[in-house]
Design a binder for this molecule. Structure first.
Ligand code: 13P
Length: 331
C-alpha cells in the first residue's frame, strides 16, 4: 500500500529526503496492520511528526487520549505515548487490548511516587482529598479521589469544594494550580525532567533577541519560567492558542517535537525551538509501533482490583472534563 499523498505532503521537508522512502513504507505497513487488526494508534502531542502525522488516528493531550481510549470501537489500542498513558487507556477500556510499543516509555513523574506514599500522606492529612495527575501508576491513581491533567487541574481541584487538597506528584503543576485558586495545595516533590530544565533567564534572553516573540508554556515548568510566558496551558491548549492567535513568532516551552508537529499545520508562523526532548516519549518509533502491531506486543495489564479503584478517579476526572478543544482526527 503506498503512503497516502496527504500524509506525504505533511512530511515532505520534515522527514529528511534520504529517509523518506523508508518512513513511507513503515507508515504504509502500520496503516495496513491497523486495518487488519481493527486497531487504532493514539498519539500524544509529543510524538515525532512521522508518528503524529503519519499513523496517529487520534492525537491529543493526555486528557483527550484518555477520553478517546474510552470511546473508540477499535479492538486494539496502540498507545504512542508513555506507559502511564497506556495504563490509563487500559483502565478506561479494560476489555480492549492495549499495547505499548516499548517497555522503555517511562515517566519521571510516575516514578516519583508510590501507592504507599499516598497512603502515608492520607494518614498525615486525614480527610484531605487527593488529586492526582494522570502521569502516575495505576496503583497511585487507585489511592486517589480524582485524577487531573494539565488542561483541567484547577477545575478538578475546585470541584471538590474543599479548603485544602493534596496534589500529586508534580510540584510545579501544583504550584501553578495554587497560583490560580484559593484552595490550599499540599504538594509532593515530583518533577518532569523536560520542563524543569527551562530557565527564566533563557526565556528572557530569547525574548530580548527575538522581535515579536510570543512565549507559551506548559504548567509543568517552574513558576519563574511561567512568569515569563504570555500563555500557560496543556499541550493541546498551546496548540489551540497558536491556531487562535496566529503569532508571527512563537516559542512553545515544552517538549521539542510538538513544535515540529504544529509547524506543519502553520507554515506562516515561525517557531523558535529550544530543544528539550523527552527521552521516554522518544523511545516510541515507527519501527516499534509496526512491531507492536505485528506481534501484538507489549500488552498492558492492570490488576483488576487496582483498575476498578483507579477507574473511579479517572472517570471522575473525565466527567469534569475541561479540555476546551475537540480531539483531532489525523490519519
Ligand atoms: P498534556 O496533558 O498537556 O499533554 O501533558 C502531558 C505531559 O506528559 C506533559 O509533560
Amino acid at each position: 500500500m503506498p503512503i497516502d499523498p496527504a500524509i506525504a505532503a505533511k512530511l515532505r521537508g520534515v522527514v529528511p529526503d534520504i529517509e523518506f522512502e523508508m518512513v513511507g513504507e513503515l507508515i504504509a505497513d502500520i496503516n495496513r496492520l491497523k486495518a487488519e487488526r481493527n486497531a487504532i494508534v493514539l498519539g500524544h502531542n509529543y510524538m515525532t511528526p512521522d508518528i503524529f502525522h503519519g499513523v496517529s488516528d487520534l492525537a491529543g493531550d493526555s486528557l483527550q487520549l484518555a477520553r478517546m481510549a474510552g470511546e473508540t470501537d477499535a479492538d486494539v489500542i496502540v498507545m504512542a505515548g508513555v506507559h502511564v498513558m497506556a495504563e490509563t487507556a487500559k483502565i478506561v477500556s479494560p476489555d480492549k487490548t492495549v499495547l505499548i510499543p516499548t517497555l522503555g516509555a517511562g515517566c519521571s513523574l510516575a516514578e516519583s511516587i508510590t501507592g504507599a506514599d499516598v497512603r502515608r500522606l492520607r494518614e498525615e492529612y486525614p480527610g484531605v482529598p487527593v488529586v492526582t495527575y494522570v502521569n502516575t501508576s495505576a496503583e497511585v491513581k487507585a489511592e486517589s479521589d480524582v485524577c487531573c491533567t494539565s488542561s483541567n487541574a484547577v477545575g478538578v481541584v475546585e470541584s471538590l469544594g474543599a479548603d485544602r487538597v493534596i496534589f500529586l506528584p508534580d510540584k510545579y503543576l501544583g504550584q501553578y494550580v495554587a497560583s490560580q485558586t484559593d484552595v490550599e495545595i499540599i504538594l509532593w516533590h515530583g518533577t518532569c525532567i523536560v520542563h524543569e530544565r527551562f530557565s527564566a533567564e533563557e526565556l528572557r534572553e530569547y525574548r530580548s533577541n527575538t522581535p515579536d516573540l510570543d512565549i507559551i508554556a506548559h504548567p509543568e515548568c517552574p513558576p519563574e519560567v511561567l512568569a515569563e510566558a504570555d500563555f500557560v496551558g496543556s499541550t493541546s491548549g498551546m496548540i489551540a492558542w497558536v491556531g487562535e492567535h496566529h503569532p508571527r513568532r512563537v516559542m512553545m516551552v515544552t517538549e521539542c517535537s510538538m513544535s515540529d508537529n504544529v509547524a506543519v499545520e502553520y507554515p506562516d508562523v515561525e517557531f523558535i525551538r529550544p530543544c528539550n526532548l523527552c527521552p521516554y516519549m522518544k523511545t516510541i518509533t515507527l519501527e516499534n509501533i509496526r512491531a507492536s502491531l505485528e506481534m501484538m506486543r507489549y500488552p498492558v495489564e492492570v490488576d483488576p482490583a487496582v483498575a476498578v479503584k483507579a477507574r473511579r478517579a479517572v472517570d471522575r476526572m473525565l466527567a469534569i472534563g475541561a479540555a476546551d478543544e475537540p480531539a483531532t482526527a489525523r490519519a
